[in-house]
Design a protein around this ligand. Sequence first.
Ligand code: ZN
Length: 201
Amino acid sequence: MATPVLPRSVQRLIDEFARLPGIGPKSASRLTFYLLRATDNQALDLSVALQELKERTRLCSVCFNITEDDPCPICEDEARDAHLVCVVEEPLDVLAIERSRAYGGRYHVLHGAISPVEGIGPEDLRVTELVQRVAQGQFTEIILATNPTLEGESTALYLQRRLAEYGVRMTRLARGLPVGGDLEYTDEITLGRALEGRQEV
Ligand code: ZN
């Protein structure tokens, strides 16, 4: 067996970084050695931020967005239109739509999309909770803002069928969004236009 070149604590941080999406072994080493050389404060600040990320955040019990306060500030905001709900796959989609400034209603975060290939069905998403909210009857429009991907489209189609009995107007974001893309990576102007030009489904 080869002698370990690096102290265990250093190797451990490299391994943890390397588990993150988009970070290869080289970047993981670079980040670790950067922190080794950085001031004590910087490394400590990072560790506190990581700890608080898990300790302080939870899902909003109404819309299932990530929040520190439950219900979240968007659900609590009386100035927002409580008759409109925008259904998205991920919390980052809420962020993208908020950046577009084209929307002033409420949200519902599914936490994924239906994908038979990956074995993800409606029961793995926050679908039942959405149906319950719609059944309460406060919405006049449901915007199905799932991604323009195969999974996003099938999820929208599924929700359309599942929610049809409530007779609420349902819309889908306008075409013009890059097919196969994620809302998260769409620029705010394109996303704002797609919201304004949303179409009945
Ligand atoms: Zn909420």
